[in-house]
Design a protein around this ligand. Structure first.
Ligand SMILES: Nc1ncnc2c1ncn2[C@@H]1O[C@H](COP(=O)(O)OP(=O)(O)O)[C@@H](O)[C@H]1O
Ligand SMILES: [Mg+2]
Length: 323
């Protein structure tokens, strides 16, 4: 069994003059839950469609397990459960009939159909609606039906294209929990533009922009600054209640090893000042204490301020579009 579930090498896709994917390469080992992030038009859906065997690339290679997706799309599809971006469900069908139909299309062996459908229905929380027509269901439930349909043939890999798009906050939490649950036993790649989603569901984040990979890291490291750099916010007061001189304090803080920039900010009322201390890979909190004591100051507050995933995302995908 190959160790990687997805392997993409130099993938490109042109739609006429539009280059949607421009030489994308990445690998996903078995068992990972990966967030595939990028602004609209970045090439997420195109990449996922190619991976799911429903669109031919212009160039490059895509493997699922050891199956070449382009050469053997039918073989690849057996390993894949795919939830497309706007999932076309058969509106007029009852949920259970739709799942029977999909099981048939997916060639689930006859004797396994009933138990597989039962298990997918339970797993996806559809027990109460199996006899309803799909067009009677809310968008959240329709997504659950899509997920149930995607797991009927017990694929190793789930490819979910914006699974929470258009859902309300409660439905988002439900689908997210369902994906987390499925991720315990399957490899999952899911695209989204909701960053908090990735933070809570995924162990790895791939960010693409204009058809190229711009980041590949854990959500934690993307928020901490991949190089370990960061920011500490402190509130200082004078030890004997005397007035503070912002410029002098700023100079002492700037002189500490590892500090790259210091900004004066508001304190917490009279006689206090706040400082934002940007630093490199070293944690400056230890030397900070010594500097505070040496200057006859007191440390009223110290906290690390994290760069949010939103900030990182914006920085990496800022295309400086002409207004
Ligand atoms: N069928 C298509 N024909 C022409 N251009 C397309 C087609 N599908 C997508 N594109 C273009 O390719 C680029 C990437 O689109 P897409 O993969 O849908 O991005 P994303 O899912 O990240 O929003 C966009 O510029 C989009 O307009
Ligand atoms: Mg898309």
């Amino acid at each position: 069994m190959p160790s990687s579930m997805i392997r993409i090498e130099g993938l490109t896709k042109h739609y006429g003059p539009t280059q949607a994917v421009k030489g994308l390469s990445f690998e996903v080992p078995r068992g990972q839950v990966v967030g595939f992030l990028g602004p609209n038009g970045a090439g997420k859906s195109t990449t996922m469609r190619i991976l799911a065997g429903s669109l031919n690339p212009t160039g490059g290679k895509a493997f699922v397990g050891d199956v070449n997706v382009v050469e053997d799309p039918v073989g690849a599809r057996k390993l894949i459960g795919y939830l497309p971006e706007s999932n076309p469900l058969y509106d007029e069908m009852m949920v259970v009939d739709y799942l029977r139909f999909v099981a048939d299309v997916r060639s689930v062996p006859k004797d396994l159909r009933a138990p597989r459908i039962k298990s997918a229905v339970e797993r996806c929380g559809l027990t109460g609606v199996v006899s309803k027509d799909i067009n009677q269901l809310s968008r959240g439930y329709r997504q659950r039906v899509g997920l149930a349909a995607a797991i009927l043939h017990e694929p190793d890999l789930l490819i979910l294209d914006e699974p929470t798009a258009g859902l309300d906050p409660n439905q988002i939490v439900e689908i997210r929990n369902l994906i987390k649950d499925l991720g315990k036993e399957k490899t999952v790649i899911l695209s989204t533009h909701i960053l908090s989603e990735v933070q809570s569901t995924c162990s790895r984040v791939l960010i693409i922009n204009e058809g190229r990979l711009v980041a590949d890291d854990t959500p934690e490291r993307l928020t901490a600054g991949a190089d370990g750099s960061g920011e500490v916010f402190v509130v200082l007061g004078h030890r004997h209640g005397q007035p503070l001189d912002a410029a002098t304090i700023r100079a002492s803080l700037s002189a500490m090893a590892g500090v790259t920039a210091v900004e004066v900010a508001e304190g917490e009322g009279a006689g206090t000042l706040g400082f934002r201390i940007r630093h490199g890979a070293d944690d400056v909190r230890r030397t900070l204490f010594e500097t505070v004591v040496k200057n006859d100051l007191v440390l009223l507050e110290v906290r690390r301020t994290h760069v949010s995933l939103e900030d990182t995302f914006r920085k990496l995908t800022d295309n400086k579009r002409a207004a």
